[in-house]
Design a protein around this ligand. Structure first.
Ligand SMILES: [Zn+2]
Length: 300
């Protein structure tokens, strides 16, 4: 009896996974590996993406980027607190000094991007930068996250934000120039960062896209703590669809197929596999389709 129940349970879980997988494939969307998937937690060796931009870990799916210049560096995301030592180690492995980081920016105010921010700020002495609406969440340790219910424990250690950045504002460190684009919806101050890089005499547009996935565990329409979520998402999709992109990067490796790209890189090291405007476009269109379906379901 017990074995039969177990079998049913197993079949059901696989069926749910299969349906989810089919839906994602149908929408052309990459799969978000489950938290318990060991692949999600394998530490990664740091590597150069293009020009002065490096992937510094900490895992294939918890992404942090380092932009280097002679006058200091910029770090995009500190990820989880437990991964901060790995990121620091990876930066050293590349031959850079983590204490030369001048500025730390964040993708968005969720713990997998900012839980380690306070520790990284302390270690580097860098200036932390965020949009106003994400800054208040980061400084509250997640308590002001619209997803948090009353009585929930503090999701992470609060971090001080030294500088608030507006939409379209530029961070400059040496010859690094990083522009903030508020593409809200996943969080209220979600920030896509863009810069340019040079390769083989060509100038490339580099985008570290903010998460644009809908928080599916809650209503999209008339969310009591985030009533403008659909409007924000619609505007963000419009922004992303017209954004010039050559190098496609994002808040998690699975979003831009990092695992697969690293495999393909082994077979063809001469070609920069991260030049992927079509991958960016398909990802944005797939997420927009998902948004419109949920929006229609909730509205009509
Ligand atoms: Zn998130």
């Amino acid at each position: 009896m017990k074995i039969r129940e177990l079998c049913c349970h197993f079949i059901l879980i696989n069926l749910i996974f299969f349906i989810n997988y089919q839906q994602s494939v149908a929408q052309g969307l990459p799969i978000n590996p489950a938290d318990e998937d060991p692949q999600r937690h394998v530490l990664i060796e740091p590597f150069r993406i293009v020009d002065n931009i490096y992937y510094v870990g900490a895992t294939v799916n918890h992404s942090a980027y380092l932009l280097v210049s002679d006058a200091g560096h910029v770090l995009v995301d500190a990820t989880y607190e437990r991964l901060v030592p790995n990121i620091i180690q990876n930066i050293k492995k590349l031959g850079f000094n983590p204490r030369d980081i001048q500025v730390i920016v964040s993708n968005h105010a969720h713990p997998d991007h900012v839980e380690g921010l306070a520790e990284m700020r302390e270690y580097t002495g860098a200036t932390t930068v965020a949009s106003a609406l994400d800054a208040e969440v980061i400084e509250s340790g997640g308590k002001l996250d619209f997803r948090v219910r009353q009585g929930d424990p503090w999701p992470w250690r609060p971090a001080t934000i030294d500088r608030i950045i507006e939409d379209g504002e530029v961070i400059e460190v040496g010859d690094i120039s990083l522009t903030a684009h508020i593409t809200a919806g996943h969080t209220r101050g979600c920030t896509t960062w863009t810069t340019t890089a040079k390769e083989a005499g060509r100038q490339l547009d580099v985008v570290v896209m903010c998460a644009i996935r809908i928080n599916t565990s809650m209503p999209l329409v008339n969310h009591p703590r985030y009533p403008t979520m659909p409007q924000d998402l619609a505007y963000s999709f419009a922004r992303l669809k017209i954004m010039p992109v050559d190098i496609f990067l994002g808040p998690h490796g699975w979003i831009f197929g990092l695992q697969d790209k690293l495999e393909r890189l082994k077979g063809n090291p001469a070609k920069n596999i991260f030049i992927d405007p079509l991958g960016f476009r398909n990802y944005v269109l797939g997420r927009e389709r998902e948004f419109l379906e949920i929006f229609r379901e909730e509205l009509y």
